[in-house]
Write a protein that binds this ligand. Structure first.
Ligand code: SAH
Length: 251
């Protein structure tokens, strides 16, 4: 059996209880060494075999899984954050289906949740934004034309950009061409929840400069939108004048 597990955004104790248990039972661990905090490997068994997938191809990863399966071993495939986002798990699952190898998936805390915690912010504020667009700037990996950053920017809602820290000049241009004003608040969150976490607050027009000044080139998320500002409406849910299924209005 192969267990795909979300390792969380970085902090050693932000893996789920289930993820940590499965990791502790595994005979083989294949982890994405470029992004998964190696401290998580402390949860594994002493004699567990460890592979860093950073330098491996899909075929090599699958070969390790097949070999473990033949030996009757449990394998954990540890992905950063939540495996459903930019995790390349679909191609692994499809290949395992062909090989007749069973697998399951344990979710993880995505870096975008880690970034909100680092910012002490709420992405969905009444009267500011009720939607979050998670996307990336097209780079060496293309993005479908309908999802071009300037088109997504047209909604003016909260945005979180993965995998885009090296392309911030283009990001600024696309966001402003799409409709965000240059002074729209933005933030770069570097290594959210890691010990070396850093938060750089700026605006849409100063993203590239802020990253350059602070030498941030990777392992960061770009967040954009009015949720980083001061203005919002308080929630209806906790408003004394608002009745709902669990509470009558008190005035
Ligand atoms: N599946 C992961 C994302 C993998 S893509 C998740 O759910 O979080 C890798 C990108 O995620 C990085 O290039 C970076 O943009 C972002 N990232 C991963 N961990 C991060 C962290 N701790 N802080 C900020 N960004 C992070």
């Amino acid at each position: 059996m192969i267990h795909f597990i979300g390792a969380g955004p970085g902090a050693q104790d932000l893996i789920t209880v289930r993820g940590a248990r499965l990791l502790g039972e595994a005979d083989v661990v294949i982890y994405a060494g470029s992004l998964v905090n190696p401290a998580l490997l402390e949860y594994k068994k002493e004699d567990c075999k460890v592979y860093d997938s950073a330098g491996m191809t899909l075929e090599e990863v699958l070969a390790v899984m097949e070999q473990a399966e033949r030996a009757g071993e449990e394998t954990v495939r540890l992905h950063t954050g939540d495996p459903s986002l930019y995790g390349a798990i679909r191609e692994q699952m499809d290949a395992l289906d062909k090989l007749g190898i069973f697998y399951d998936v344990t979710p993880g805390v995505s870096a975008f949740s880690g970034a909100a915690a680092a910012l002490q912010a709420e992405y969905t504020l009444p009267d500011v934004s009720q939607s979050v667009i998670i996307t990336r700037m097209a780079g060496r990996t293309p993005v479908p034309e309908g999802e071009r950053l300037r088109k997504m920017a047209g909604h003016g809602c909260t945005m979180v950009l993965f995998l885009s820290t090296g392309l911030l000049e283009e990001v600024e241009r696309e966001l402003m061409d799409g409709g965000y004003g240059p002074d729209t608040p933005a933030a770069i969150v570097y290594k959210a929840t890691w010990p070396e976490e850093r938060v750089y607050r700026c605006t849409v027009s100063t993203l590239a400069e802020t990253a350059r000044k602070n030498r941030v080139t990777k392992t960061a998320l770009i967040t954009i939108g009015g949720f980083l500002g001061k203005e919002y409406e308080r929630s209806k849910l906790y408003d004394p004048a608002f009745s709902h299924g669990c509470r009558e209005a008190s005035r």
